[in-house]
Design a protein around this ligand. Sequence first.
Ligand SMILES: Cc1cc2nc3c(=O)[nH]c(=O)nc-3n(C[C@H](O)[C@H](O)[C@H](O)COP(=O)(O)O)c2cc1C
Length: 179
Amino acid sequence: MAPVPPALVTCGSLEKPNILTIAWTGIVCTHPPMTYISVRPGRYSYPIIEQTGEFVVNLPTSSMAKAVDLCGMKTGAKTDKAKLSGLHLIESETVAAPTIEECPVSLECRVTEQKALGTHTMFLAEITGVSVEERYLDSKGKLNLQQAGLLAYAHGEYFALGRKCGDFGFSVRKKKRSK
Ligand SMILES: Cc1cc2nc3c(=O)[nH]c(=O)nc-3n(C[C@H](O)[C@H](O)[C@H](O)COP(=O)(O)O)c2cc1C
């Protein structure tokens, strides 16, 4: 499946945080809002997420591509990745795991189920809080992320999301008649 968002997943606490890059993520339910991340058990973050039952999925922009790659190359066992990447961590609203200030959208998550699948274990989670950078919300509170320049990951390469070519339901929408 590509492209996917190479999410920056934060775990632990503001005092003892870690960040890892996760491509295996997505939304799996609208109500209740649910997501998943699939993590290899050998990752330093794995027991942290397992024990705390919390994480935050932060969506990066293309200007953060280097930090995204870095957080997927270095381990928190040996490196303070927040310091190394220059990313700023702030308090989340509903979980102890911190939020990345530079990311336009962050999903605060609480694990509801853990399923060992093979190479990866899936953490299924309820989204308990969402934070969005205000400038991407229009006057009606609708999310407008075209200007955010979100980062995409496809088959080992990073891309900046490009040209808009439609919106939800445009194929069946009736045109307004001009008087
Ligand atoms: C683009 C990209 C996507 C990745 N996706 C995943 C993933 O979905 N699951 C996973 O377990 N590791 C994934 N990784 C690898 C981890 O991010 C990497 O092993 C990281 O160093 C783990 O950090 P930690 O040891 O501090 O937990 C990915 C790495 C990159 C660069």
